[in-house]
Write a protein that binds this ligand. Structure first.
Ligand SMILES: Nc1ncnc2c1ncn2[C@@H]1O[C@H](COP(=O)(O)OP(=O)(O)OP(=O)(O)O)[C@@H](O)[C@H]1O
Ligand SMILES: [Mg+2]
Length: 243
């Protein structure tokens, strides 16, 4: 089976000299949901920003058979939808409905169809009542859900969610897990919340200092790194010293 995402030997250094990715190899296969765990600063966000060409390091990255490079970016970005860790980087239209309809309009849907797609996506995230509001003035959890609706409206083949539960209240977290389970797409979920991750994924990878140091069944990864579940704040204990 061809992987949907293939990454080989990915290295990336920020302008200030920080080596954020130090040789990452990764594959995502159709139908899979994979959790990305790792301490703060271990490279998870930097990694996912390479998947749709927001960042470009050394090494090989392909999505749905397309190498992620400048000339392929429009096509790549139709295949892979990324919900940013920081919603403020993602929301830019004057109203919620326009923000969510932006992608469908850009893909060539007419206004009526795009509005219908956007309305459905807002219903999916439980925010249809906010359609006319300004994204800028929403609460953090509302912004996160609008950003997610904007990605769902694009109907990508792969969903990448960077800390999707941050700022979500417990019912909204449960609704999000249920929604994601219903969606057929392959998914990558960056999260510190092992309980949320276990509700979605069977496989996990663990980032450490810009590398994937473990890749396997999620329960093994959680145990091995003592990535303890059970908090809703997005906090989790890091790896503990042995013994
Ligand atoms: N714009 C930037 N310029 C310089 N260094 C950066 C930049 N963004 C991130 N870094 C550094 O790159 C490394 C990886 O950061 P990254 O944001 O990918 O971590 P992360 O695993 O997503 O962390 P978190 O769990 O806190 O979201 C860190 O050392 C971070 O300080
Ligand atoms: Mg991050």
């Amino acid at each position: 089976m061809e992987p949907l995402i293939e990454v080989r030997g990915l290295r990336f250094r920020y302008d200030d000299g920080t080596l954020a990715l130090d040789g990452v190899d990764f594959q995502l296969f159709p139908g899979e949901t994979v959790a990305l765990f790792g301490r703060n600063g271990s490279g998870k966000t930097t990694f996912v920003h390479h998947l749709n060409g927001l960042l470009a390091g050394e090494g090989f990255v392909s999505v749905c058979g397309l190498q992620v490079e400048k000339r392929n970016l429009p096509a790549v970005r139709r295949k892979i939808g990324l919900v940013f860790q920081d919603s403020d980087e993602q929301l830019f239209m004057p109203t919620v409905i326009e923000d969510v309809a932006f992608g469908p309009l850009n893909r060539g849907q007419d206004t009526t169809a795009a509005m219908e797609t956007a309305s459905q996506a807002l219903r999916d995230v439980g925010l249809e009542a906010l359609a006319g509001r300004a994204p800028y003035h929403l609460s953090a959890g509302e912004k996160k859900r609008v950003a997610l609706a904007g990605i769902l409206a694009m109907e990508p083949e792969i969903l990448v969610l960077d800390e999707p539960t941050t700022f979500l209240d417990p019912p909204a977290q449960r609704d999000l897990a249920a929604l994601l389970r219903r969606l057929p797409q392959a998914k990558l979920v960056v999260t510190h919340d092992a309980r949320f991750a276990r509700a979605l994924a069977r496989r996990a990878v663990f980032f450490e200092k810009g590398r994937i140091v473990a890749d396997g069944p999620i329960d093994e990864i959680v145990d091995r790194f003592q990535w303890v579940p059970g908090t809703t704040s997005g906090e989790a204990a890091g790896p503990q010293p042995a013994g």
